[in-house]
Design a protein around this ligand. Structure first.
Ligand code: STX
Length: 318
């Protein structure tokens, strides 16, 4: 069976949202949201990655549509949210507040939280900020966004495993600035010149797409050639990372006592190069009752079959 047909057999069928909306969350930002599945079912909020990655139709397929009221939204500045790729007023605290704003707008008392990668970061910080609103956490590719994790992926670490993919990312920056690649990319991604922004966004995004799977998928790499996607993704990611995601280093691991009562399942690909397994391990140690599943034959992406299989088992068991 090809990988994509195997994935189709693991996931629930494709469905469309039955309701969508635009929710103003500040004088500047409006966020797009959508709802699919069964409105009377168990509510689950799906938190996308990046930051800046946007919601995706395939994310609905990780849930039984008869059982779940599936809610997704585009975080500030990405997907169908407006203004596009905007960095002003775009930070972790406002993103947490937006999730609460959406919950109240939809009249939902408590919900399940599902997120991978940056979606795990934001999901954890949301749960730590609003622990009484969260029924459970289903997390994949744990990213606690500490300086050590950012250094591993954007400066040196993953570069040792993917030197071929790292070279164009590194060489986009002149040698004199290569000592701090996040800072060098930030200055280009926020350049007044749209061509400079777009060229930097392409290389930044290619690096991430090339390293997201155990077996790189050329189709996935094409995401970086969609410069409309890449500009928001790269700009927003880099903005959050250069600002240390606007919280103290280690904030998530230091605040696990606030969510010790919440059931947590962690699905982690052993060979995740973007968010290495050590963070999932440290999170599991801070949340001893969490269920940690280390998938032996996967990297970072939720589109990898063995990760998808574990995620569907996890949501079926909620
Ligand atoms: N960024 C990790 C992350 O959240 C460092 C992420 N990586 N790829 C994605 O998100 C998309 C699937 C949204 C493209």
């Amino acid at each position: 069976m090809s990988e994509s047909s195997e994935l189709t057999s693991i996931l629930y069928p494709q469905i469309d949202p039955h309701t969508t909306g635009m929710l103003p969350v500040s004088t500047l930002h409006t966020i797009f949201w959508e709802r699919s599945g069964n409105t009377g079912g168990h509510p689950v909020i799906v938190i996308h990655g990046g930051p800046g990655g946007g919601s995706q139709p395939s994310y609905r397929q990780y849930f039984d549509p008869e059982k779940f009221d599936i809610i997704q939204f585009d975080q500030r500045g990405c997907g169908k949210s407006t203004p596009y790729a905007e960095l002003a007023e775009n930070n972790t605290h406002n993103s947490v507040a937006d999730i609460e704003c959406l919950r109240q707008h939809l009249g939902i008392e408590k919900w399940h939280v599902f997120g991978g990668s940056w979606g795990s970061t934001l999901g954890l910080i949301y749960a730590q900020s609003h622990p009484t609103k969260v029924l459970s956490l289903t997390l994949r590719g744990i990213f606690t966004c500490r300086k050590s994790e950012l250094h591993w992926f954007y400066q040196q670490g993953a570069s040792y495993v993917f030197p071929d993919a790292f070279e164009p990312y590194q060489n986009h920056i002149p040698e004199a600035e290569q000592e701090n690649l996040i800072a060098a990319y930030y200055s280009r991604l926020t350049s007044a010149d749209a061509n400079v922004r777009r060229a930097a966004a392409k290389q930044w995004t290619r690096w991430e797409m090339a390293t997201s799977r155990l077996f790189p998928d050329p189709e996935y790499l094409e995401k970086a050639d969609d410069l409309d996607f890449a500009v928001a993704f790269a700009r927003i990611e880099c903005h959050y990372f250069i600002n240390g995601i606007f919280v103290d280093d280690g904030h998530i691991l230091d605040n696990c006592d606030k969510i010790s009562h919440i059931p947590v399942t962690i699905v982690q690909g052993r060979y995740d190069m973007v968010c290495p397994t050590v963070s999932a391990w440290e999170l599991h140690k801070k949340l001893p009752s969490s269920n940690l599943i280390i998938v032996p034959d996967a990297g970072h992406s939720m589109g990898e079959t063995s990760i998808a299989r574990e995620l569907v088992v996890a949501t079926d068991n909620l």
